[in-house]
Design a protein around this ligand. Structure first.
Ligand code: KG4
Ligand code: ZN
Length: 357
């Protein structure tokens, strides 16, 4: 199994990658951000149509950059869940057509499993350390997943409402900063004061779950009030961005480190689009260093959606003997891994009983 072709079309990135074993030989990503910017978010029908238009040229470019012909491909890995079904179907149909024509094995990959493997795309010569705790922070998900081994996961915590990336996108929309909002907020926050506004942090009794909707509402109120006072100038916008970002990052960092310590795990990864955030990276790095945890964060091009991570996840599934049939389907939602049997980290309620000594 030498050459693995990966295909990713679950949302608004059309991507194809070629891996030689664990080594990325090409990774081509055609972003639809420009298309969806006018609506301030992804429009599923438009996304699916643009995947149809772009997938073949992206595939050709990935083969050209890897300097292989289609005939050399040994196996095909494709994202088939979770995601926009109309968008997933485009990649899936292409992958099935290729697998059938080339008579090569096909494997369906869970998009979040792909994100988990993205942390190891740049370390092909190192064995993947298990167990590790992954913080998945993307536009659609915020989860803490304990990876015991390849294809063996426990979902330890998740957001109860908005995903972290979704919060970035919604706040950016309030401030009219365009789509996707994360990179714009990250950039503007560099000129702002993270202490200018004191926004709420949802600690949720120390559980490994997250909540960002209260924070989003608090930012909305502040934006409205600043706007009503005619005070929403460039510096205020930068201060709002920095203060909002700091509130998100503090929660992500503290909950990740605490959960790793509670579980006794020594390795942490941060993956998904929000892992590209400069403050997530710097604050996670110093917190992990202090807690003596090894930290893996992919470079920015592998934080956001890409087919290289899908190909790597597929590679390990193929090595484990997994093969999909031609009836492989697309699914809008599916959790990654089993839920935790017992919730962890719930702060012990202080006893109201009088002290006896
Ligand atoms: O993983 P991803 O590409 O797609 C999903 O699977 O959702 O993540 C996209 C999300 C968007 O919400 C985007 O605003 C956010 O990642 N994002 C960032 C940054 N770059 C992308 N958020 C904060 N700071 C960034 N630098
Ligand atoms: Zn993603």
């Amino acid at each position: 199994m030498r050459w693995i072709l990966g295909i990713e079309t679950s949302c608004d990135e059309t991507s194809v990658a070629v891996l030689e074993g664990r080594v990325v030989r090409s990774s081509v990503v055609a972003s639809q951000a420009g298309l969806h910017a006018r609506w301030g978010g992804v429009v599923p029908e438009a996304a699916a149509r643009q995947h149809v238009e772009r997938l073949q040229p992206v595939l050709q470019q990935a083969l050209d950059e890897a300097e292989i012909s289609l005939k050399a491909v040994d196996a095909i890995a494709v994202t088939n869940r979770p995601g926009l079904v109309g968008a997933l179907v485009v990649g899936l149909a292409c992958a099935k057509g290729l697998a059938f024509a080339l008579r090569k094995p096909l494997v369906g990959v869970h998009h979040l499993e792909g994100h988990l493997y993205s942390a190891f795309l740049t370390t092909p010569d190192e064995p993947i350390p298990f167990p590790h705790l992954a913080l998945i922070v993307s536009g659609g998900h915020t989860e803490l997943v304990l990876a015991h081994d390849h294809a063996r996961y426990t979902l330890v915590g998740e957001t109860l409402d908005d995903a972290a990336g979704e919060a970035f996108d919604k706040v950016a929309r309030l401030l009219e900063l365009g789509y996707p909002g994360g990179p714009a907020i990250d950039r503007l926050a560099k000129q702002g004061d993270p202490k200018a506004f004191r926004f709420p942090r949802a600690w949720l009794d120390g559980t490994p779950n997250f909540s960002f909707s209260g924070l989003k509402t608090a930012v909305l109120r502040e934006v409205e009030s600043q706007r009503a006072q005619g005070a929403l100038g460039a510096q205020t916008v930068a201060d709002l961005c920095a203060s909002f970002q700091q509130a998100v990052v503090e929660v992500l960092v503290r909950k990740t480190v605490q959960t790793a310590q509670t579980l006794g795990v020594k390795t942490v990864t941060v993956v998904g689009g929000v892992a590209a955030n400069s403050v997530v990276q710097s604050q996670m790095q110093s917190a992990c260093q202090q807690a003596e945890l090894a930290l893996y964060i992919p470079p920015p091009q592998y934080c956001t959606d890409n087919a290289a991570m899908i190909a790597l996840a597929g590679y390990f599934r193929l090595l484990g003997g997994e093969r999909a049939d031609y009836d492989l389907d697309a699914y809008a939602s599916e959790r990654l891994g089993q839920a935790l049997a017992q919730p962890i980290g719930v702060a012990r309620k202080r006893s109201s009983a009088p002290k006896t000594n």
